[in-house]
Design a protein around this ligand. Structure first.
Ligand code: SF4
Length: 329
């Protein structure tokens, strides 16, 4: 049975950032130049991550998602997946990726035991894709998505951060993709995290506005349950659609009442809430020889310190920079 926080929410999901490095520089996440990364010796080693996952699975956490930065830029990531997959009690092992390296990694990851991937893709226009990610290629990401589906990493959900004036003119075209098989897409409201602060006011496109635009063009959306989600999205389907359309509305319709997760940063800090400055150091006790019971106590403390809800709408900006597109569950 999972532990419950002070508001009786069961905590069954841990998102682990395996690196803060990335091969993109998305405009709402990182500056183009001069990003200061965490020194290597401060980043959790794989054996430390494996031990942490063993400990939390014994506490009832059954879902693990590997994120970054971009998880596929870290050497040995397939080996990490293979080791995590062996841990008894772990029901779901997933990854959020920008997709750039997925064509090469999809099959080895699936063979190692990864179940599914979420892929970030904010536009269907190649030039705009390059403008948003600064270093990415839409063609390559689409090939990565195809490879993921072929390898069985399904559903391969696509995360789209919507920003007014940047890509909000494409929401209908993006939603239309879900009429086809294997297209599951989620629209995410831009959040004031990292470089997202620059769009904190005018850039937010409320999910209600996106839904209205999509319905006006493509027909009424019917609410559906996600087959794989225990995350923050609300899911719908267009008339005749084979895929699903999700909305992650962290700003305008927050989902804190159902929050079931913790996050572990690449330098070993537990974030009880992604959108708060509060974090708890796990790496120091881990490296100073803490036993499993002591690690469990630290996680219990983190669970009990989860706030009731975030205050992003009031612009409480976390000091720790976190990739926005990795927020979707
Ligand atoms: S949003 Fe994701 S893909 Fe883009 S720079 Fe940040 S970590 Fe990399």
């Amino acid at each position: 049975m999972p532990y419950r926080d002070s508001f009786d929410r069961p905590i069954e999901y841990l998102r682990i950032s395996v690196t803060d490095r990335c091969n993109f520089r998305c405009v709402y996440c990182m500056p183009e130049e001069g990003v200061s990364f965490i020194p290597h010796e401060e980043v959790l080693r794989y054996e430390e991550i494996i031990r942490i996952v063993r400990v939390v699975v014994e506490m009832g956490i059954t879902h693990i998602r590997l994120t970054g930065g971009e998880p596929l830029v870290r050497d040995g990531i397939v080996d990490l997946v293979a080791e995590l997959e062996k841990i008894p009690g772990l029901d779901d092992l997933a990854m959020t990726t920008n997709g750039m390296l997925l064509e090469r990694f999809a099959e080895p990851l699936a063979k190692a035991g990864l179940r599914r991937v979420n892929i970030s893709m904010d536009t269907l226009k190649p030039e705009r894709f390059h403008k948003i990610t600064r270093l990415g290629s839409l063609e390559q990401v689409l090939k990565g998505r195809e490879a993921a589906i072929k390898a069985g990493l399904c559903p391969a959900k696509v995360n789209t951060v919507v920003i007014r004036g940047l890509n909000d003119d494409e929401v209908v075209d993006l939603a239309r993709l879900t009429l086809q098989p294997d297209w599951h897409l989620r629209f995410i409201e831009v959040m004031p995290l990292g470089e997202g602060i620059h769009w904190a006011d005018d850039g937010v496109v409320p999910s209600t506005e996106i839904r209205a635009k999509v319905e006006a063009a493509l027909g009424k959306l019917t609410p559906v349950h996600s087959s794989s989600g225990i995350g923050p999205a609300r899911y719908y389907q267009l008339p005749g659609a084979q895929g699903t359309l999700g909305f992650i509305s962290a700003i305008t319709e927050h989902f804190c009442y159902a929050c079931n997760r913790l996050r572990l940063t690449s330098n070993g800090r537990i974030l009880p809430c992604l959108m708060s400055n509060h974090s708890i150091d796990l790496r120091t006790p881990l490296r100073e020889g803490a036993d499993d019971e002591a690690l469990r106590e630290i996680f219990k403390k983190a669970i009990l310190s989860k706030p009731r809800e975030h205050h992003l709408a009031e612009h409480t900006v976390p000091e720790c920079m976190l990739p926005m597109s990795c927020i979707g569950g």
